[in-house]
Design a binder for this molecule. Structure first.
Ligand SMILES: *[C@@H]1O[C@H](CO)[C@@H](O)[C@H](O)[C@H]1NC(C)=O
Ligand SMILES: *[C@@H]1O[C@H](CO)[C@@H](O)[C@H](O)[C@H]1NC(C)=O
Ligand SMILES: *[C@@H]1O[C@H](CO)[C@@H](O)[C@H](O)[C@H]1NC(C)=O
Length: 600
């Protein structure tokens, strides 16, 4: 695996040190061997993650074969690291072994990746991953008693199967996050299996784990999606904004070196190279913890924890306070006469520093808003530096920043007003109608899913004091996932444009979308509106889903209708459900009440 390659690499460095003054502090070597040991000890879990994330349909038994292969490989290389195969990277070995499993590439349709080599092959495996919309199979749920029995009798295979089930449904989550989730889950199992009321215990204790997984997953996905589509610059800007808000006391130079390390972590992590990702994220954590004094006083407790827990702890940590003496704005950018010259020396650094200074002063803004303002500033200088009196021109920068912010605030205010005025259920219908009009080509499933996500964002955020940042951050994550992580989606020209536009302005772009006028409802829609008696027996949640689907299909059928008309048709439908379920022959009743008014 890759750790072996790195071992030889480090040995190589030791030789080099005789002639070159390379800094190989003993502490670094220590950190390295800790991570190394961790990886070697967790080969089974790591293999499970990689395998299940790349080939999501794979059966658990097939995974077992792969685990055995990799364990054997580890043992062989630990015994003799000079073997030629031991100098390859983990991902390379992994993909080689996957491709050589008999019949597997054909069965799961990835032979085309196996025909490629090196970078092309790695990229192919990455592109092959299916997003949320494409791989849907419900998470197998065991009764708590069964869970505990499985856990107590066959602890390891049970935990493997847990990791397998989570990983294949979250193919883009970084390996360290999944390992943390698995470790937390084991803690829960340990505690809850001792309890009388196991079910209640599992429910209560598993909820924060699920929340952590979901939050990390959508954050990581959105960052990887932005990185894959727009390149390293956007990734760097996001990271600068996030870390400057979180650690406003850090100096810019220190922040930059941290950001370099964080950004390069995304190469391995986004691609799905679990071993590299674990190694890089350990490096980032060591960096943060070794520079505590200059980064933040709040991270001490986190840094006292073990490798995996550190990252989770820092992720959850609240923002540090601003330095007390921080001026309202940094004169260098808008008040100095040299801004253009400074920019020209090193534009990337200059704008990164702007983002840093703006973020640490505006901890109440969302990350997308910081990116918008940075873009506005970049564009402004682009114009002003070509004028006769640049300083005059860019001295109005703050007004421009405020204009952008006000536009974003207005969008959020409207969204939260809808939430306050309509309540949760009507809000969902309102959003479903609006979204379906904008993207009627999307599957009904996905539209219902997106509607639910947006309702969750608004109900989570609209009562909070930091309403704006909360809505804008989370809604942007929903859009990020929607726009795709490893694929460019082609839905309709207007939507595709919003997804390919600067991610900072993605929200504004979607907001300004109108109903898609090019859309023509498919002629076969009628089948979608045939209802059976099972509708009447559906449990509440199921019925709710059917109603949501009906509404979406209705908008797809009558995209030209006004929102109000659609609402009233929908009400007719819900009334018909009530009425017909009491009738002698519900199906005939549905036919009469629903089909007739839709297709007369
Ligand atoms: C298999 O993958 C290829 C290449 O991605 C794709 O064109 C084809 O439709 C896939 N076949 C099935 C059955 O999924
Ligand atoms: C911009 O907005 C901030 C915060 O609302 C305010 O303090 C500042 O005076 C505004 N500046 C301008 C030039 O409008
Ligand atoms: C998606 O589009 C971007 C920008 O046009 C391009 O750089 C990228 O390679 C595309 N990605 C895929 C998976 O086709």
């Amino acid at each position: 695996m890759k750790q072996l390659e790195l071992t030889s690499f480090v040995l190589f460095l030791f030789f080099l040190t005789e002639s070159l003054p390379l800094p190989t502090k003993p502490q670094d070597a220590d950190d390295f061997s800790v991570v190394q040991k961790f990886i070697e000890e967790n080969v089974e879990y790591i293999t499970t993650i990689v395998f299940a994330q790349y080939i999501q349909e794979v059966a658990f038994e097939e995974l077992q074969v792969m685990i055995n292969n990799m364990v054997e490989y580890r043992d062989k290389c630990v015994a003799d690291r000079t073997l030629p195969e031991c100098s390859k990277s983990a991902n390379e070995i992994f993909q080689e072994k996957t491709c050589s499993m008999e019949g597997l590439p054909q069965k799961y349709n990835f032979s085309h990746c196996c025909n490629k080599v090196d970078f092309e092959r790695r990229l192919c495996f990455f592109y092959n991953k299916k997003g949320d919309g494409e791989f849907q199979s419900p998470f197998p749920t065991l009764e708590p008693e069964e869970k505990c029995q499985a856990y107590q009798n066959v602890r390891k295979p049970y935990l493997h199967s847990y990791v397998y089930e989570v990983a294949r449904r979250n193919p883009f989550v970084f390996a360290p996050t999944l390992l943390t989730v698995a470790a937390n889950f084991e803690e829960v199992a340990k505690a809850c299996c001792e309890e009388q009321d196991k079910a209640t215990c599992f429910r209560a204790k598993a909820a924060p784990i699920t929340r952590y997984l979901k939050a990390s997953s959508s954050y990581q996905k959105t960052l990887c999606g932005a990185y894959m589509k727009f390149g390293p610059k956007i990734l760097k800007s996001i990271n600068v904004a996030v870390f400057s808000q979180k650690f406003p006391k850090v100096e810019f130079k220190e922040l930059l070196s941290l950001i370099e390390e964080i950004s390069s972590m995304y190469d391995g992590c986004c691609e799905g190279d679990a071993v590299q990702c674990i190694r890089d994220s350990a490096k980032v954590m060591n960096h943060i913890c070794s520079k505590q004094d200059s980064i933040s006083t709040k991270i001490k407790d986190c840094c006292g924890k073990k490798m995996l827990e550190r990252a989770e702890c820092i992720f959850r940590l609240n923002r540090d306070d601003k330095p007390k003496d921080l001026s309202a704005r940094e004169p260098k950018f808008t008040d100095s006469k040299n801004a253009c010259q400074e920019r020209d020396i090193n534009p990337d650094n200059f704008f990164a520093e702007f983002t840093y200074e703006y973020s640490r002063r505006h901890q109440d803004l969302s990350i997308p808003e910081i990116l918008r303002i940075s873009q506005v500033y970049e564009d402004l200088l682009g114009n002003c530096c070509n004028t006769e009196n640049p300083q005059d021109c860019y001295s109005h920068a703050e007004e421009k920043f405020n204009e952008t912010t006000e536009k974003s605030l207005k969008i959020v205010k409207q969204e939260c007003d809808s939430f306050q005025n309509l309540g949760k259920e009507d809000l969902k219908y309102h959003l479903l109608i609006r979204m379906t009009k904008k993207v009627p080509q999307l599957s009904t499933e996905e539209l219902v899913f997106l509607g639910k996500e947006m309702v969750t964002v608004l109900t989570t955020c609209c009562t909070q004091s930091e309403e704006f940042a909360c809505v804008d951050n989370l809604a942007d994550l929903v859009l990020g996932e929607f726009c795709g992580i490893n694929k460019n989606r082609t839905i309709n020209p207007a939507v595709d444009h919003c997804c390919l536009t600067n991610p900072a302005f993605r929200r504004h772009c979607f907001e300004s979308l109108e109903a898609d006028k090019t859309y023509v409802p498919p002629p076969t829609s009628r089948d979608l509106f045939i209802f059976h008696t099972d509708l009447c027996q559906a449990p509440n949640e199921e019925l709710q889903k059917k109603k949501d689907r009906f509404l979406v299909n209705l908008v797809k059928l009558k995209p030209g209708f006004a929102d109000q008309e659609l609402r009233s048709l929908f009400l007719t439908f819900t009334a018909a459900v009530e009425k017909c379920c009491k009738a002698q022959e519900p199906e005939a009743c549905f036919n009469e009440e629903v089909i007739s008014f839709l297709f007369h």
